[in-house]
Design a protein around this ligand. Structure first.
Ligand code: SF4
Length: 371
């Protein structure tokens, strides 16, 4: 299988290893599949180089995924792939496909199978089906495919993975860390962020317990369901105001700290950026135990930065792992912020959409100008 990471945020440097692709690559390798990655977002090559990659092997599967703004890149890559590898099965997943599966499959006839929502169990089932040279696609939950008459079929909704700790660590080793990602480690939000030289991202939870009207959770938070359109065709729908559902899931603090320790030992990372939708809402959901325990284990496992341990200014001699994530203005409090700072948290990002009480109320953010 060849995973291709499409270009996203073309105007910026590539700063983030694609977590979903890295995780799926790891899952596929654990199941005995031969996996290669071409990270087009990192390399930003010309189309001729992608041609060479596509010609480099006889790929059974070419897998792509990304958010909606990667569409342009995905579109040109799948067209190239179909010409050069006509026998390969092209699979597309991620937010770009999940949000409007029928439309995207219509726009991209080169894609044979679309993965709707979470792919952790769906992709292995697809790969197994290809391995045994069968095409009973309707038996696999969570996909959209074309039948013999070229009609799009949406299969049953895929159950979410209950125990996140059952997932392996992402396959960071398949990505150009030294060549690209570590060079682009810097984040502008704090001194520690600006001076980091070896940052990686991790994702410690899926979902968010809040219901901001504009927020889209990719179907990973239990807010996606199927319904039928007026012609009886299944389609994906997301929660509307008044009918919110949520499935919040988080990795155990032990799993998270073990992963960071692994990254420290293997790649000498000095900074971890949490990709989670919102660390603070997840902490609230956990009953205010999750972050506290992560921080306790962070210190216990020797990851606390020495500048904080020794109460000295941060400089290039600082050792340990600083970190950052997202927060919520109303849900954070002094106690949790102090605990996080003590474990090396350098900055938290808040979405201040507005300071107008009317706007804040109407978007349902759960914050007021005072908080
Ligand atoms: S707090 Fe953030 S992640 Fe949660 S619903 Fe609101 S915008 Fe979405």
């Amino acid at each position: 299988i060849l995973f291709i990471n499409p270009v996203v945020r073309e105007e910026d440097l590539p700063r983030h290893v694609p977590y979903g692709i890295a995780l799926l690559a790891s899952i596929a390798m654990n199941q005995g599949h031969q996996v290669q990655v071409f990270d087009q977002n990192a390399w930003r090559t010309d189309p001729e180089t992608i041609d060479e990659v596509l010609k480099a092997d006889s790929w059974d599967v070419i897998g792509l995924g990304g958010i909606t703004t990667a569409y342009n890149s995905i579109k040109s890559i799948v067209k190239q792939a179909k010409v050069i590898c006509p026998e390969s099965t092209i699979i597309l997943g991620g937010g770009v496909l999940t949000s409007i599966p029928r439309e995207i499959m219509g726009f991209l006839p080169e894609v044979k199978i679309g993965v709707i929502g979470e792919a952790f169990n769906t992709l292995p089932e697809i790969l197994k089906m290809i391995d045994v040279k069968e095409n009973n696609w309707s038996a696999i939950d969570g996909i959209i495919f074309r039948d013999k008459e070229n009609k799009l079929i949406v299969t049953k909704q895929r159950e979410l993975v209950e125990n996140l700790d059952s997932l392996p660590f992402p396959a960071w080793e398949l990505f150009p860390l030294e060549e690209i990602y570590f060079k682009n480690s810097q984040l502008i939000f704090s001194e520690e962020g600006m001076t980091t030289k070896r940052r990686l991202d991790i994702n410690a939870s899926f979902g968010c317990s809040l219901i901001c009207r504009y927020c889209y959770h990719l179907g990973l938070a239990g807010d996606m369901s199927y319904s039928s359109d007026k012609n009886g065709k299944e389609k994906v729908v997301f929660d509307e105001p008044g009918s919110y559902t949520r499935t919040n899931r988080f990795h155990s603090p032990e799993y998270i700290v073990k992963m960071v320790k692994f990254l420290r030992e293997k790649y000498n990372v000095d900074f971890i950026s949490f990709l989670d939708e919102n660390l603070m809402t997840m902490d609230q959901y956990s009953g205010r135990t999750w972050i506290k325990e992560i921080c306790r284990l962070w210190v216990e496992n020797g990851l606390q930065p020495t500048c904080i341990r020794d109460k000295i200014p941060h400089d290039e001699t600082c050792s340990g792992v600083h970190w950052a994530g997202t927060s919520h203005a109303t849900l954070c409090n002094q106690e949790v912020l102090k605990t996080m700072r003590n474990a090396g948290c350098s900055h938290l990002i808040y979405g201040y959409e507005s300071f107008s009480p009317e706007v804040m109320k109407s978007i349902g953010k759960g914050a007021t100008p005072e908080t």
